[in-house]
Design a protein around this ligand. Structure first.
Ligand code: CP
Ligand code: NVA
Length: 312
């Protein structure tokens, strides 16, 4: 008989503990090995994932959908335009209904408060597939990718170059929890918001440092990472951002300032010639394709964990 773990959501990175992450990274490695060997891993037979997209997606959609089918489950895909959400049905009512028919829900939306409201009214686990504030599944994949390539991230330095956005906030939460340091360099006016990253309590001392010059942020880093200058939902600021971020393009000079074996990551989609040069993203230090693939492996481990708890 299967026992069901207590209801747990994954709305931000800080929702799980360091011990949970250690388990998930090991489990994702096992799930990935089995996938590569064409071995069945049907731990979620007869389970249904509902995916709600209120913003565009390529990787998140494919990784969750393919991942759920690979575990023996099935998927329902909704968008705001194609559902009653687009005709103002309250998110609370949507949560009550969807969570009576499915076993787990992934949502990509705008404000974090919206997914938090959905979770409050949901009978089943809710996963954040990106909000304006956080992107925890992406950082889960990025950390797994780093560990695969270089071993433990504890004590390492990650350089964040660019917008103080959902990705940056989530990196800070991860650094606080998993004992590494983030060097953050953003243009003025686009800084990270400590309250979003850490809430009311102070972060672990030394978990992040701010640099005015992106080159300084990259010095000695084990990983250099960036993201689009304009995130989804902020398109009206495109021109202003293009001007403000002009010096925050990760290029060969920045990579040369990092450690010789530093990795480059980008959650994608990328704009070559804006936040990263083609030479860097298509160069030997870039692991962006592994990073994208690993979304699927870590999310399979995450869904299994939220639905079944820790397995041997
Ligand atoms: N990185 C990421 O979340 O990609 P998508 O927007 O394509 O899902
Ligand atoms: N910061 C980006 C990430 C896209 C995956 C956005 O929110 O649009």
């Amino acid at each position: 008989m299967t026992t069901t773990p207590p209801l747990q959501h994954y709305l931000q990175f800080s929702d799980l503990t360091a011990s949970d992450y250690a388990y998930l990274f090991e489990r994702a490695a096992l799930i990935k090995r089995k996938f590569k060997a064409y071995e069945k891993h049907h731990t979620l037979c007869d389970r249904t994932l509902a995916m709600i997209f209120e913003k565009a997606s390529t990787r998140t959609r494919v990784s969750f959908e393919a991942g759920m089918y690979q575990m023996g489950g099935s998927v329902v895909h909704l968008t705001s335009e194609g559902s009653q959400l687009g005709r103002s049905e309250p998110i609370e009512d949507t949560a009550r209904v969807i969570s009576r028919m499915t076993d787990i829900v992934m949502i990509r939306t705008f404000e974090q408060a919206r997914i938090a409201r959905f979770a409050e009214y949901s009978r089943v686990p809710v996963i954040n597939g990106l909000t304006n504030e956080y992107h925890p599944c992406q950082i889960l994949a990025d950390l797994f990718t780093f560990i695969e390539q270089r071993g433990s991230i504890q004590g390492k330095t990650v350089a964040w170059v660019g917008d103080g956005n959902n990705m940056a906030n989530t990196w800070l939460q991860a650094a606080d929890l998993l004992d590494f340091t983030v060097h953050v360099s953003t243009p003025g006016g686009y800084e990270v918001d400590e309250k979003l990253a850490f809430g009311a309590r102070p972060p672990r001392a030394g978990c992040y440092k701010v640099f005015g010059n992106p080159l300084d942020a990259c010095r000695g880093a084990d990983l250099v990472t960036t993201d689009v200058w304009t995130s989804m939902g902020y398109e009206a600021e495109n021109e202003a951002r293009r001007l403000a971020f002009a010096d925050w393009c990760v290029d060969a000079e920045m990579m040369a300032a990092a450690k010789p074996d530093a990795l480059f990551m980008h959650c994608l989609p990328a704009h070559r010639g804006e936040e990263v040069s083609a030479e860097v993203i298509d160069g030997p230090q870039s692991v962006v394709w592994d990073e994208a693939e690993n979304r699927m492996h870590v999310q399979k481990a995450l869904m299994e964990y939220l639905l079944l708890g820790r397995l041997d």
